[in-house]
Design a protein around this ligand. Structure first.
Ligand code: R5P
Length: 312
């Protein structure tokens, strides 16, 4: 059992992933704090905290997942409610930080949504953010509050080793930007890595070359996000064509929009391993999908924050 003083700490679940927030609270040995979440008839969000929170440290579990804008607005309104209820500190626990893919002006007249979202969270009154596998680690610099940036690499890699460690594995980055993630994933188990060389936009899912030896091996494609699934499926097709015996896919955040789950079920991918940073819809679950929980990792981070210990 983790050691936290339940009187000084409150865990709150908003709408995006209550089961995960409940698991985190269970790991910490506390109950979720009661809140009332309602809607005005025009759709505006109304929040009421149903017990005193004066002087406590608040941990607010919410990710920006579908419905992205509603969930984000809910978060901002809840931060405001906490601020006005005189809590001591507001810690946002955002297992999946959305709006992160627009993190620079890649073309003229584009927004930088990751910076905008970071500004709004801080401006609303958050004191600290705990998050998992940001789309790019340098997004931490968009916040001028402390950030705990956790990773699921060890969780996913040790699962792969436990279940499939006897196979001839190669870890694959689906593009150049994911190479360090693939390297981290492979390093403790001595697995080789391969990289998929993609044609530049607009043919983003067209692979021109497989760099590395995949023939006869079980290829594990490692990514941060699986959204529509096109990237991981196109990776799998290219790997099979290059001689891989089997292809599995691993990612931290299963966004799974636009019927991705069905597309993956019908693809050559034999197994998809995700975490519960995003709650999967029931209709998206299938025999191919395994979901590992990040709750112990988040609870340990909260314990370390509470007790002012280093997280790593
Ligand atoms: C891209 O930079 C990300 O790391 C993912 O590869 C991407 O978001 C996956 O998108 P999709 O599943 O829609 O192909």
């Amino acid at each position: 059992m983790l050691k936290v003083d339940g009187d000084n700490l409150k865990v709150f679940a908003l709408s995006s992933n209550e089961p995960l927030a409940q698991k985190v609270a269970d790991e910490l040995g506390v109950s979720l704090t009661n809140i009332g979440l309602q809607r005005f008839s025009d759709g505006e969000i109304a929040i009421n905290i149903e017990e005193s929170v004066r002087g406590v440290t608040a941990y607010l579990v919410q990710s920006t997942v579908d419905p992205v804008n509603d969930n984000f607005m809910e978060l901002l309104i809840m931060i405001d409610a906490l601020k006005r209820s005189a809590v001591k500190t507001i810690n946002v626990v955002m297992p999946y930080f959305g709006y992160a893919r627009q993190d620079r002006k890649a073309r003229a007249r584009e927004p930088i949504t990751a910076k905008l979202v970071a500004n709004l969270i801080v401006e609303a009154g958050a004191h600290r953010l705990t998050t998992i596998d940001l789309h790019a680690a340098q997004l931490q610099g968009f916040f001028n509050i402390p950030i705990d940036h956790l990773t699921t690499v060890n969780l996913l890699a040790s699962y792969v080793n436990e279940k499939f460690g006897e196979k001839d594995i190669v870890i694959v980055s689906p593009d150049h930007s994911g190479v360090s993630r693939a390297r981290d994933f492979a390093k403790d188990y001595g697995w080789p890595i391969a990289i998929l060389n993609r044609k530049p936009r607009p043919n983003i899912n067209t692979i021109s070359e497989v760099i590395g030896d995949v023939a006869g091996k079980v290829a594990i494609v490692v990514d941060d996000i699986i959204d529509t699934g096109y990237r991981t499926i196109s990776s799998a097709d290219a790997l099979i064509e290059a001689g891989a015996k089997e292809v599995m896919s691993c990612a931290t955040h299963g966004v799974l929009s636009a019927h991705a789950s069905q597309r993956i079920s019908e693809s050559v991918i034999s197994r998809l391993i995700l975490t519960d940073t995003i709650q999967l819809k029931e209709e998206d679950m299938s025999d191919k999908i395994t979901v590992l929980t990040v709750a112990p990792m988040l609870a340990e981070a909260i314990e370390a924050i509470q007790n002012q210990h280093s997280i790593h």
